[in-house]
Each structure stands twice: as C-alpha cells, then as structure tokens.
Design a binder for this molecule. Structure first.
Ligand code: TXA
Ligand code: MG
Length: 312
C-alpha cells in the first residue's frame, strides 16, 4: 500500500511527529531534496530506514536539527565551525564535527564513526516537523540508494511510497541538489561533497578550503560512491550535440529535448537537474548532456552527472 501524501497542515505535522515517535519513517521536503526522516535516537527506526533505501550500513546519515542548541547537544563545534553556522544556517550546509559524549544520535546512524554530520534545513515544513518532534531527525535523500534524489513529493511516492509511513508534500525543492558537506574538525575546512552551497561562500567565511581534487588523500564522505544518482538510461556527458536516438539535456541557448537553463544560470540548472534526468529517463534509453561549466554550483552539478554516468 502506498503511503498517504499530505499537505503540511498543522494536523499533518502533528501526525508526522507522532509517527516518528513510534519509530515510523516520514518523507519531508527540505530546500535541497526530499529527505526520509527517522528518529535519530531510535536504532530500530534507523535499521528500517537503511532497509527502505537499500542503503549500505557503512554509509552514515545526516542528523537534522531545529536549532543550534539542538546541534550542540550532539556535536562539538570549533570557533570556525560556529562561524559557518552563523553565516549559513539554516541552509544547505552540512557540518561534520566530533560527536559529543552525551549525544543521543544512534551509533547505527553514524555508522559507528566518532564524527557526526549535522544540518539545519531552511524549509518551513522541515523546521516545523523538527520543532514539533523536539529532537534530531536523520534524513537521507528519500530515494532508493544509488538512484536519483527526489525534488517533488511525487518522486518520493513513485520510488518509496510502499516503504514509508507518510509523505509531507511541500512542493518543489528550490535548491534541487543536496547540501554541501564540510568536515569542520580540522584547522582548515575540507569539502567532502560539493552541493547547493557554492564552496566560494565557505572560503569567504573560513579560508583555506581543502578540496578532494587538489588532494586525493583528503577525507571523503563514506557515502560518495562512484555510481550514484543514476538513471536507467545511459548518460553521455560534455556532448556538443546529440547522436541519433539520444535525448539532449541542454544548457544555455540552442535546441534541446529539455534545457537545464536556457540562460546558462547554474542555480536554475541545479534546481532542474534531478527532475529533468527523471523525465528523460522515462522516455529515452540514452541521454546526451551538454557541457556544464565547472565553476560555482557547476562543480556540484558535474559531480552528480559524473556519478550518474558511471556504468555499474
Ligand atoms: O541536502 C541534504 O543533505 C539531504 C537532505 C535530505 O537534507 N540529505 C542527504 O543525505 O543528502 P544523504 O544520506 O543522501 O547523504 C548524506 C551524506 C553521505 O554521503 C554520507 O556519507 C555523508 O553525508 N556523511 C554522513 N555522516 C558523515 C560523517 N560522519 N563523515 C563524513 N560524511 C558523512
Ligand atoms: Mg542521497
């Protein structure tokens, strides 16, 4: 049976928080993508969450919080980490910090690591749910592991409807790509996953960003699998024009089956990426994708495309 899809009225939020208290799974919109939320302190609920996604258990989850106070009960923030919080929370920035001794986030959610990923989402529905629930919620993207992340309630209903208890419909996610993940434990910030917050913004607040390309030994998020965000169709990247029989996902002016942004706006392209990949995947077996510049948000877009294009 498919889970109810509810608009986020006060009653629906109350019902969602009750479900979470009894170990349920609730899909919730954030500004980046839809998350599949569970009580971060309930190991049984988290085991269900890993099973629902088909997610490897070595891949830890992000704990979402309603306030800095809630975050500081779970993790230890350095002065620079607090500066990032001040500048970007609520928003699409996840910080990896040392887990605090009295933290309540289950070991299973952290994959046994001594660190913890924390984020305060900038979305009224996610915020209401977190406040109503009153504690941290883990929320991976609400898609089967390795597949395209959802930016509409309908995507969640199609992919995960039979494996969750409730879906809160908050419309379209405005950012469209997952949060940027920064390891904030060292003297310098380290980029673990490019995402909806442009790394240049991080540099402005805490300079010296360590990037994985520049330093192959830099730490990576354990969940950064090479093949990820993958459609069923075969992707061909940096294509100037489509070949016979290929769909063309464009960027900038010109003919295309679908266009990420006719005005070559990277934020618009980021917001459209997952929805357009899904749409083309339903209609075509092969998709050619126009070149996307790699500056600013283009780094995160190219990261997702590269993983989506990897063959199994
Ligand atoms: O925008 C987002 O971040 C969305 C929304 C729903 O908040 N969530 C999301 O979760 O993208 P998920 O589970 O799809 O990705 C979480 C990433 C994984 O790559 C995981 O390896 C990494 O966070 N992560 C979690 N805890 C970590 C830790 N302690 N150290 C390093 N990476 C960690
Ligand atoms: Mg994900």
């Amino acid at each position: 049976m498919s889970a109810p899809v509810l608009s986020p009225t006060n009653d629906a939020i109350t019902r969602a928080a009750d479900l979470l208290r009894s170990g349920g799974l609730v899909a919730v919109p954030t500004e980046t993508v839809y998350g599949l939320a569970a009580n971060a302190a309930n190991a049984e609920a988290i085991a269900r969450l890993y099973a629902a996604k088909g997610r490897p258990r070595f891949n830890p989850l992000i704990a979402h919080v309603a306030s800095l106070e809630m975050a500081q009960a779970q993790g230890a923030f350095s002065r620079q980490a607090l500066e990032l919080v001040e500048a970007f929370w609520p928003g699409p920035l996840t910080l990896v910090v040392d887990v605090s001794e009295h933290g309540t986030v289950s070991d299973l959610a952290r994959a046994g690591l001594p660190s913890l990923a924390l984020r305060m989402p900038d979305h009224p529905v996610a915020q209401s749910l977190l406040s109503e629930f009153g504690g941290p919620l883990v929320a991976p993207s609400a898609n089967p592991s390795g597949k395209i992340s959802p930016t509409h309630a309908e995507h969640v209903a199609t992919d995960m409807g039979d494996r969750v208890d409730l879906i809160l419909d908050g419309g379209t996610c405005t950012a469209g790509l997952e949060s940027t993940i920064i390891d904030a434990r060292g003297d310098r910030p380290a980029l673990l996953r490019p995402g909806s917050l442009d790394p240049a913004e991080i540099e402005r607040v805490w300079p010296g960003l360590i990037r994985p390309e520049a330093n192959p030994d830099a730490p990576q998020s354990p969940g950064q699998m090479l093949r990820h965000y993958a459609p069923n169709a075969k992707l061909r990247l940096h294509a100037a024009t489509p070949d016979e029989g290929e769909a063309f996902l464009g960027f900038g002016p010109g003919e295309a089956t679908l266009n990420l942004s006719t005005s070559a706006d990277l934020a618009e392209a980021a917001a459209n990426l997952f929805r357009m990949l899904r749409e083309l995947d339903q209609r075509y077996d092969r998709i050619a994708v126009a070149p996307i510049p790699s500056h600013g948000l283009g780094e995160a877009i190219n990261d997702r495309l590269t993983r989506a294009a990897k063959t199994a």
